[in-house]
Design a protein around this ligand. Structure first.
Ligand SMILES: [Zn+2]
Length: 399
């Protein structure tokens, strides 16, 4: 193996994979929709293409030429592509196992994202019991071990027939075993950390205490990887140290965010959405001008966002942001309907829902507000600030 290929080759060795329903900011923003498997949406974050390229490169320029010195270069790259695809299919299989078990347990799944550090199965809710948490967490590494075992059998079967394919099978077997072992490290939000949390949860009966322990372990793992990675970087001059440090940093962030989100959710447990609605802003008719909307609504009522309706139908909302886009001279002649911000389906919440549901929804989708409905009728608007103010108040007062 040439020296230059060594750092890259190790890049794919460690992959974080978690099921963080509670990891705000960790859910990658942009990306492409790859398809749907078993009713579960698969997304590719743009950052994933970086790791795909790196793995492909390390396979085609390092690992495979080293293992198969007599194979032609075009054949090497075909094998490299095959290995890389099998590798990411394995990561996907791991996440699918989490997702399917979550769904069997009645937890809605938003989908799976593949991104630079591996994959995330996006649960819309936290597991309701320690048992659920345990099963959903442990099935991921188990799946990786099963895939690893299948490819190990393939490797043995292929050895006498085709050494290139046997090398591919061996690699996929090894990487899946590593994936399983790494994810069993007991630091939240790794699967092993979730297993630890489930055990603590069932022992102490306190989700908060269990999360505290599991996230502390997660932070310890995160710091350890960072230190180990940096030491590896300086001692061995190997760039894979940077990769380890990055994964450590990612885990650290995710562990902290998960714990904070749990605290936030718990602080508003039992509060219903209708209780947060202090004032319901009046509805602006879509046909009036921007000028009139400013004069008769924005200047007169304390709200910052107003619903806009036309013929009994909710068109969307307007805030100062939308109105500002209209030139001063055109405000008297531009109807509000022209600047209304449409509200997507998933920005609606029921007045009877829990406030924590609203918090999860609002932190998941950005945009900063939710439309509250009481049955078929518009009941009000909740903004992110409203929710955060409530959380802060309750945390400070220990309410
Ligand atoms: Zn996992």
């Amino acid at each position: 193996m040439s020296d230059s290929s060594k750092p890259l080759q190790c890049l794919n060795r460690l992959f974080a994979s978690g099921t963080p329903a509670a990891a705000p900011g960790r859910r990658p923003g942009g990306g492409i929709h790859l398809g749907t498997v078993a009713g579960i949406k698969i997304g590719l974050d743009y950052s994933w293409f970086v790791i795909f390229g790196l793995v492909l490169l390390s396979m085609g320029a390092g690992y495979l030429p080293n293992e198969l010195p007599d194979t032609s270069i075009p054949a090497i790259w075909v094998l490299a592509l095959l290995t890389t695809i099998l590798f990411f299919a394995s990561v996907l299989g791991h996440e699918l196992a989490h997702s399917i078990l979550a769904r069997i347990n009645g937890l809605p799944i938003e989908g799976i994202d593949l991104f630079i550090f591996g994959g995330i199965a996006k649960l819309q809710e936290e597991p309701h019991s320690a048992r659920q948490e345990f099963i959903i967490a442990v099935v991921g590494p188990l799946t990786s071990f099963v895939i690893g075992a299948v490819f190990a059998v393939l490797w043995i079967a292929l050895r006498p027939i085709s050494s290139p394919l046997a090398v591919v099978a061996q690699y996929v077997a090894e990487i899946n075993i590593l994936l399983g072992v790494f994810n069993l490290i007991p630091g939240f939000p790794l699967d092993g950390g979730r297993v630890l949390r489930a055990i603590m949860w069932s022992r102490t009966g306190s989700l908060r205490r269990a999360t505290q322990v599991a996230t502390s372990a997660g932070q310890f793992v995160g710091y350890s990887l960072i230190i180990f990675g940096l030491v590896a970087l300086f001692v061995t001059q190997s760039l894979s140290g940077i990769w380890l440090a990055f994964i450590g940093w990612f885990l650290l962030q995710a562990a902290q965010a998960s714990y904070q989100q749990l605290l936030m959710r718990q602080s508003i447990a039992g509060v219903k959405v209708r209780e947060i609605l202090s004032t319901t802003p009046p509805i602006i008719p879509a046909h009036i001008s921007v000028h009139d909307a400013i004069d008769h609504y924005f200047m007169e009522y304390p709200a910052s966002v107003f619903p806009v309706m036309h013929g009994g139908q909710l068109l969307g909302v307007v805030s100062v942001e939308e109105l500002r886009q209209v030139d001063y001279s055109a405000r008297a002649t531009t109807p509000v309907a022209q600047v209304v911000r449409t509200v997507a389906e998933d920005h609606f919440v029921s007045a009877d829902d829990d406030a924590s549901t609203a918090l999860e929804k609002i932190s998941r989708q950005g945009g900063g507000l939710l439309i509250v409905m009481a049955g078929e009728n518009f009941a009000g608007i909740i903004t992110q600030q409203d929710l955060l103010r409530l959380v802060q108040l309750r945390l400070q007062l220990g309410h």
